[in-house]
Structure formats: structure tokens, C-alpha cells
Design a protein around this ligand. Structure first.
Ligand code: HAM
Length: 420
């Protein structure tokens, strides 16, 4: 661990990379607002109970990865491991008065997982939540919006998987049937899956242990465990997506790791990533925020921004603009030149041209090296000689040519040359 490194699983987003982030954030806002969503910002920490109750006491997120701490007042707080629970808390009042807000959010989330490529302890999500009673049409719209967004940011090689978790009444029933089927196969399952069997048998479908995978692949079609109501809800959602030309795969083994889901669940995976290949996940849910009597129903998803960027880059990142450096670099020889160049830089900025003035006392050679490294299109050079003659030297950094331009109107002249 170098002293200049941030803690494991966290990273600096350097200036050269920020353009990709801003591009993704801007397009998320643009696409989501076409569907009537507005941004909501919630705190990065909440009362622990919000997550343990909302996400589910038995989930891996709650059991293993939350950053939980006691504050000075003895309250248990947790850095948000995901965005949905906090959003529901913030909107519960509106929802209980019959409102059906549509919001999107972006920001850091925290999970104390083993760091790996594409798996961070501080990562960023862009997500949406549509507070709404169960509706296959709204689920389909939410999924179509996700695919619209991915297409907009240049991600085409993404596969969408969809399944049902059954409606709230159906879930317990289907879970009991699954346990019945698995009972005869318990000997073959790993130790962790024995615990999963007791806590939430559906989690066994996610186990990576080869012996467990074999058991899972030998299971009869799981659709049959759900009621006719749940199955026809999913069919309706899939039917709408097909009519819209949204490609998907129905994946009976898709469970999702959070316990609040009911009905439709979905995940998008990308072939350009390694083992951590899920770029987005979501579904329909019901969450009872602490202190509320009734569950708040909704549908939503979240994308991992780091993974979106990796996916877009693996496809060539054609849509992501390359970061632009200031097109003008200004070199001063002597204090009087510095004063005049300070003003020139301000005039350029007032004309909308980004400029960086170098005020270090260094040799011409070293100043020109800095100009070259800066990525500027033009370098302005001014010393006593130029001051006496009322001009500055303008060097074109692309072809190396130099010209003298008059001090009066220099900013306008440079702006015009940049536009040419
Ligand atoms: P999730 O599947 O846990 O769902 O996370 C959504 C996405 O966040 C994942 O597909 C992945 O891209 C990214 N992600 C998760 N953990 C990490 C990590 N450790 N490092 C990097 N990226 C990660 C949720 O969080 C739900 N709240 C989504 C949702 C919204 N469901 C309904 N509404």
C-alpha cells in the first residue's frame, strides 16, 4: 500500500476520466427526463434499520458488506450500500398520500466486498425509481428506458435477462415448493447453501460452487412454482417488450440479491467485462420504510457507473467525448509580461476561450515544454521585446508556425483563429 493510494476498493477519478463520467451522467438525466423522471439526492448515510429491514436481514448485502458505525449519539448508521431504500424513505410520505413520483439518482454507494476488477468498495450507481402499484406496462417501460439509456451511451453488446419473483403473496408459497424440491438434494450442496436453504432457498440459485451449480441446472422449470397471476403478469411485460423490439432472454434462474423484489426482476450483463459482468440490475419491489404501516411499491433499476464506462470502452467508447484541454497556453518572460498576460487570459475567458497562463519563472525551453504537454492549440509568448513592439507571438502548436499579432484585440484575434 503506497502512502498516496486511497483505501483498497476505492479510487480517484482523475481529471482525464471525468469527461466520461459527466457524459454518462448527462445522458442519464436527458434520457430519464424523457420519461418524466426528476433527480432526487439523498444522504450517503442513513439509519442502519432502513437498510436491514428494507433490503432484508438475510441478504448478503446486509449480513456481510455494510459499512455500519455508531455515531457520537450512539445511533447506528450505515453508509448506503444501494440507493433504493433511501429513495423510498424520502418518498414514502408522497407515496402514502397517493403520489406516484418518478425519480433518478446518482452517487457513491458503499459495500465492503473483496475488491476485484469491476468490484469496488466505493462505487457509483445511476438509478431510477418509479413509485407505482404493480403494472406490467410500467415494468416494461422501466426496462425499455434502461435499454434506451445504454444505447444512448454507446453500449450495444448488452444482454438483458428477465424473470419473475412472483407477487408478494406468491413468493412464500413458491419458496416453500423450492425447498421441497431441494430437500432430497441437500447432501450435494455446499455448507453455505445449507444455511441458504434455511434462510432463503432462492439464494442457492446464485451459488458459484460447481456441485451446487449442477444441482441448480438439474432443477425442473421453476416457472411452474409460481401462480398463474404471477406468470401472466410477466408474460404481459415480456410481450410489450417484444413488441417494442427490446431483445431479452427469459432466465428462470435469475433471483437478484436483495429481498425486496416482487414480480419482475431483470439484470443486464455485458460481454466486455470479466467476472463482474452485471452493468445494471433492478425490478419491481415492495418496501416498508421504518415507521410506515404500508409497503411502498415501485419499480426501478441501478447501473454501476464504473462498469458502464468499462463496457463502453470495451465497445470502442465512440460516444464518449475525449477530454479537452485549454486551447491557449500563455508564456510570460518577466514580471511586466506576467501582468499583461494575466489580463489577456481574463479577456480570452470573457470571450469564452479557455486559457492557462504560466507564471513560473523558468527558461523559455522549459516553458515551451510545459506548453507542449498542456495539449494547447496555440501558445502565446510575450517578453520585453514584444511589449516594446505592442505585440505577442502566437505559436500554432499543431504545425509549429509562428505569427506576431497586435496586443490590441489579441483575445478576439485568437478566438477567431480558434474558430477558423
Ligand atoms: P444491485 O444489483 O445490487 O442492485 O446493484 C446494481 C448495479 O450496481 C450492479 O449491476 C453493478 O453494476 C453495480 N454494483 C453493485 N455492486 C458493485 C460493486 N461492489 N462495485 C462496482 N459496481 C457494483 C441494486 O443496488 C438495486 N438497488 C437496484 C434497484 C433499483 N432495484 C430496484 N430499484
Amino acid at each position: 500500500m503506497g502512502i498516496f493510494n486511497p483505501p483498497p476498493g476505492t479510487e480517484d477519478i482523475l481529471p482525464g476520466e471525468v469527461a466520461s463520467w459527466q457524459f454518462i451522467e448527462k445522458n442519464a438525466g436527458d434520457v430519464f427526463s424523457l420519461y418524466g423522471y426528476a433527480e432526487l439526492r439523498t444522504p450517503v448515510f442513513e439509519y442502519t434499520e432502513l437498510f436491514s429491514k428494507g433490503i432484508g436481514e438475510q441478504t448478503e448485502v446486509v449480513q456481510k458488506v455494510m459499512y455500519t458505525f455508531e455515531d457520537r449519539g450512539g445511533r447506528s448508521l450505515t453508509l448506503r450500500p444501494e440507493g433504493t431504500a433511501g429513495i423510498i424513505r424520502a418518498l414514502a410520505d408522497t407515496a402514502q398520500q397517493g403520489g406516484s413520483p418518478r425519480v433518478f439518482y446518482l452517487g457513491p454507494m458503499f459495500r465492503g466486498e473483496r475488491p476485484a476488477a469491476g468490484r469496488k468498495r466505493q462505487f457509483h450507481q445511476i438509478g431510477v425509481e418509479n413509485i407505482s402499484a404493480p403494472s406490467p406496462e410500467l415494468d416494461a417501460e422501466c426496462i425499455a428506458m434502461l435499454m434506451h439509456f445504454l444505447e444512448r451511451i454507446g453500449i450495444a453488446k448488452a444482454s438483458l435477462k428477465i424473470n419473475t419473483r412472483g407477487d408478494a403473496a406468491d413468493r412464500a408459497n413458491a419458496g416453500a415448493k423450492l425447498r421441497e424440491i431441494l430437500l432430497g438434494k441437500l447432501d450435494t450442496l455446499c455448507e453455505e447453501c445449507h444455511r441458504r436453504y434455511e434462510r432463503n432457498a432462492w439464494r442457492i440459485l446464485d451459488c458459484k460452487n460447481p456441485a451446487c451449480c449442477q444441482v441448480v441446472s438439474s432443477l425442473p422449470p421453476l416457472d411452474a412454482l409460481f401462480s398463474e397471476t404471477s406468470r401472466s403478469y410477466l408474460s404481459r411485460c415480456l410481450d410489450i417488450l417484444s413488441k417494442q423490439g427490446v431483445a431479452f432472454e427469459k432466465d428462470q434462474r435469475l433471483v437478484r440479491g436483495l429481498d425486496y423484489y416482487a414480480h419482475t426482476v431483470f439484470e443486464v450483463v455485458h460481454s466486455g467485462l470479466g467476472a463482474q459482468n452485471a452493468i445494471a440490475g433492478g425490478g419491481r419491489y415492495e418496501i416498508v420504510p421504518p415507521g410506515a404501516k404500508n409497503p411502498v411499491p415501485g419499480v426501478g433499476f441501478a447501473c454501476g457507473v464504473e462498469r458502464l464506462i468499462m463496457a463502453a470502452k470495451s465497445e470502442g467508447a465512440g460516444a464518449i467525448p475525449t477530454p479537452r484541454s485549454a486551447p491557449v497556453f500563455i508564456v510570460s518572460i518577466g514580471d511586466q509580461a506576467k501582468t499583461l498576460n494575466f489580463s489577456l487570459a481574463q479577456s480570452l475567458r470573457a470571450a469564452g476561450v479557455a486559457a492557462v497562463a504560466d507564471f513560473e519563472d523558468r527558461s523559455m525551453k522549459s516553458a515551451m515544454r510545459a506548453a507542449g504537454k498542456s495539449g494547447a492549440i496555440f501558445t502565446v509568448i510575450r517578453g520585453d521585446n514584444e511589449i516594446q513592439r505592442g505585440c505577442v507571438v502566437l505559436k500554432n502548436m499543431q504545425d509549429g508556425s509562428q505569427a506576431e499579432i497586435q496586443t490590441d484585440g489579441a483575445a478576439a484575434e485568437i478566438a477567431a483563429r480558434l474558430k477558423a
